[in-house]
Design a binder for this molecule. Structure first.
Ligand code: NDP
Length: 327
């Protein structure tokens, strides 16, 4: 395993990590979740990603039970939660980024995950109804209390993140360390365009999600191998509609040809591609089956095959590189 610094901070994350969205407490059994975490940890994964909103809190409960049973040394892993969407009980003060919800959500996540502190705590989305100042102060309070070690954002705009940094500087508070954006061969604008200043000048770290676009970039939807997938799960129709488009499927089929030439699974190629971006601190993997995770955990093997020429061929297929303004 390779370890990367989370931006300019001192903490190091395995470049491949494991997340629990749509899987833990939902699509997969607790036994499979246990097996996945064991496989990951044994391969050197040190970061496990979670959120209050995943399976309405059940994902954290499942992960908490596993962490307790595994008895891994607390210093050997990094665990996260995210606040914004709330859990099963919704209400005006049970969602969002008010001081009330942030403090209550953190305490609840600590209980579900059965840990004394969260290493990383993310504001899962921006909250248009709460001043950023209130959110930054609440995060700083949790830091001072030792309940979280680093805080960050997820899918905030560059302007919103800059405002959080500005507020933190104004009051001598600790600002956001990291962002969690979607990043894969189809979705690149935030990471490769919007956030450039934050990454280059402010040392923001990024922990990226959906590196396989929920499995489309494994090529299984174009090779006829898709079975028991998350897109078949009731309630995920919105995701299916967003992902199984002609354009994405056509591109996945063309990428598959390159993977075949290299004699590697497309999933590994797609994951390795994410790692070619040095700003990426960690690629958060998702898996519903142990075989998938075993395959994905060897993605680093493909990195040396990604020559400049090959990367250009990939660009010609995906055509997703953001156009930067030139002066
Ligand atoms: P991916 O895009 O990698 O999708 C993972 C899914 O793809 C698996 O569950 C499996 O689904 C399929 N898959 C994985 N490996 C293979 C393989 N080798 N061959 C075939 N199919 C495969 O990642 P996720 O979307 O799961 O995102 C990763 C993590 O990022 C999440 O768990 C979560 O922690 C985080 N995240 C954060 C978000 C945010 O807003 N901050 C939003 C979304 C995710 P299937 O069951 O269909 O086979």
């Amino acid at each position: 395993m390779e370890y990367r610094r989370l931006g300019k901070s001192g903490i190091q994350l395995s470049s491949l990590s494991l997340g629990s969205w749509l899987t833990f407490g939902a699509q997969i059994s607790d036994k499979t979740a246990d097996e996945l975490m064991g496989l990951a940890y044994d391969a050197g994964v040190n970061f496990f990603d979670n959120a209050e909103g995943y399976a309405e809190g059940k994902s954290e409960e499942v992960m908490g039970k596993i962490l307790k049973a595994k008895k891994w040394e607390r210093e050997s892993f990094v665990v996260s939660s995210k606040v914004f969407f709330g859990t099963a009980q919704k209400g005006p003060n049970r969602i969002g980024l008010s001081r009330k919800h942030i403090i209550e959500a953190c305490n609840a996540a600590l209980k579900r995950l059965q840990v004394d502190y969260l290493d990383l705590y993310f504001c899962h989305r921006p909250d248009k109804n709460t001043p950023i100042e209130e959110t930054v102060w609440a995060m700083n309070t949790l830091l001072q209390q030792g309940k979280i070690l680093y805080w960050g954002t997820s899918e905030w705009s560059a302007v919103e993140i800059m405002e959080a940094i500005r507020v933190a500087k104004q009051y001598h508070l600790i600002g956001p360390t990291m962002e969690q954006p979607q990043y894969n061969l189809f979705e690149r604008n935030k990471v490769e365009n919007d956030y450039l200043l934050l990454l280059n000048e402010y040392g923001l770290g990024i922990t990226i999600w959906s590196p396989l676009a929920s499995g489309v970039l494994s090529g299984k939807y174009t090779s006829g191998k898709a079975k028991d997938t998350r897109l078949d799960v009731k309630g995920n129709e919105w995701l299916k509609d967003a992902l199984l488009t002609d354009d994405k499927l056509k591109k996945a089929a063309a990428l598959q040809k390159i993977a075949d030439e290299l004699n590697v699974p497309l999933a590994k190629l797609s994951l390795a591609w994410c790692l070619t971006n040095p700003h990426v601190s960690t690629v958060i993997l998702g898996a519903s089956k142990p075989e998938q995770l075993k395959e994905n955990l060897t993605a680093l093997e493909v990195l040396p095959l990604l020559t400049t020429e090959l990367l250009l061929r990939i660009e010609d297929i995906v055509e997703s590189k953001p156009k930067l303004s030139q002066f």
